[in-house]
Design a protein around this ligand. Sequence first.
Ligand code: TXA
Ligand code: MG
Length: 345
Amino acid sequence: MEKYLDLKNTIDYSKLKFAGEIIKNGGLVLFPTETVYGIGANGLDENAVKKIYMAKGRKQDNPLILHISDFNMLSKIAKNISEIEYTLIKAFWPGPFTIILNRTDIVPDIVTAGLDTVGVRMPSGNIAKELISYAGVPIAAPSANISGRPSGTNISDIFQELSDKVDYIIDGGECEVGLESTVVRVIDGIPNILRPGKISPEDIQKTVGTVKVDDHILKNIKMDEKVLSPGMKYRHYAPKSKCILVYSPNNQKMIEKVREISKGYHNPLIISCNENANCYDVRNKIMYGSKENLREIAQNIFKDLRKVDEFEPDIVIIEGVKSEGIGLAIMNRLIRACEYHYIKV
Ligand code: TXA
Ligand code: MG
């Protein structure tokens, strides 16, 4: 297939020149970053960005992140960057960290959904970095998934839903982090986490001394509520099957609660840590990784959520994790995947 570039086992990034041209000329490219795959377009080209919203079926009031490869690009799209914002940028770029900054006039309204701020990220993934350099423009890119579905962390998961909507596909294998970037906005000198990710509240606290975790991260949000980030309020990551999230800091209590719920159903599917899987006497199970390794769970969770409907379960019961470090991001995604059906015991 001509529009598919396999970079899984090569570091010959010169092949990305062609993909860079496609971006520059207004096309859409599916590409890997260290967090999740993105659907990229020239972030300074209004018509190109429009195609992203169409491909994803994304609401127009939900702004996009601009991905950059150098600081020259930053000064073109953002202004009045404060000292604390620079400190965060220097600490966490390139990497899974998005910062909301005051935007310049060069950024089309469609990127920011009309806001006077713009989300900016410098990814660390080599393919993403080279692609942006070849394109020579900031790349607007949301996570690669139809809106509401789990984000794509490998090409085979998203090929069916997106391949005919893009002009080019770059396969870089599995994404390293598996969850989208941490989104931060500095307000009155305090970094507010609007979406948790691998860069944790603890990491930010260590760097600048303060951090605030937005109330909405582990909470339900009403559609008419005013939130700092439009993406917070939409249905997200959810399989078609009904899902329930169960967590207790006491592992035995969590196991008992999961067992109890599963007894009320004919065909329950249990998603648990490797260590607990043997405790459940049900036909359908998915193991998301060791509870001692939250990074592994983060990397697997979207892939696992994409599998659940195949089992045609009448309930999906998912074990939660401790909301520390990247665990906060895992719980944020799981709570949304379960549409706020969350039982803490
Ligand atoms: O890791 C990532 O961030 C991935 C990869 C592809 O880079 N991208 C990603 O984009 O997750 P997306 O569009 O799926 O999520 C962007 C989030 C949304 O929740 C959006 O509402 C928020 O960032 N956002 C973007 N610009 C914003 C702004 N100016 N103010 C507040 N929130 C903003
Ligand atoms: Mg997304």
